[in-house]
Structure formats: C-alpha cells, structure tokens
Design a protein around this ligand. Structure first.
Ligand code: SF4
Length: 113
C-alpha cells in the first residue's frame, strides 16, 4: 500500500493506493481516485525548463511540455532540450522540440522572445 496526499484540490485528502490492483481509498471524489491510481501506475509530470536561444535579450527562454510526460523520461527530455538552440524571434506556444522522445508531446516556448 502506498500513502499520499491528493494535490488535485486544496482539501488534501489522504489517499491509500494498492500498488497491485490500483484500488484507491480515502478519496472524496473521483478525481482523487484517478490521481492516486495515476501516481502509482503511470506517474507523469509537466516538464518545465529552459532552452538556449540566440538573438534574444536573454540567453535562455522558458519551455514546458504540452502535456504531462512519464516521470522516468524527464531527465532524458532535459538532455534532448540541451541539444536545441532556438533563433529569435519565437512566440509563446511555438514548438522548441516536436514529439520529444517519440512521446507525441511537444516542448513549447512559454514566452515571446
Ligand atoms: S480526493 Fe477529491 S476532494 Fe479530495 S483532495 Fe483530491 S480532488 Fe480534492
């Protein structure tokens, strides 16, 4: 059994998740059940970081993934983004890296630069 606090809303329910079956208890709503099961069986996070850019006022610009990425892949995503250099101008929402690691998820710029 794994225990965790649900972070989906401020109520902060204490969840218990059976790693074998994915059964969740302690949740007060279905969103907590989905969160607890996902955290154990398929944990994902939105990637946030920076990417090198030339011709802008700053040497790096902020980026994030267009959707949550499996947490074991996050370090590999960081390494991939290090191989990228954007050329200014770029617009918020532009893809800095498409289909990162074959996930179907893009790494997108979060600020005009
Ligand atoms: S289980 Fe539902 S009510 Fe409880 S913290 Fe999660 S989202 Fe909020």
């Amino acid at each position: 059994m794994a225990e965790m606090i649900c972070i989906v809303c401020p109520r902060g329910c204490r969840l218990t998740v059976d790693e074998a079956s994915g059964a969740v208890t302690g949740n007060s709503c279905p969103r907590g059940e989905a969160y607890g099961r996902s955290e154990i069986l398929d944990p994902r996070r939105v990637y946030t970081g920076t990417v090198r850019i030339t011709g802008a006022s700053l040497p790096r610009g902020p980026v994030k993934s267009s959707a949550p990425i499996k947490t074991p892949l996050l370090m590999d995503v960081s390494r991939e983004i290090e191989s990228v250099t954007l050329i200014s101008p770029v617009r918020r929402g532009d893809a800095a890296l498409k289909n990162v690691l074959g996930t179907g998820i893009d790494i997108v710029v979060t600020r005009d630069m």
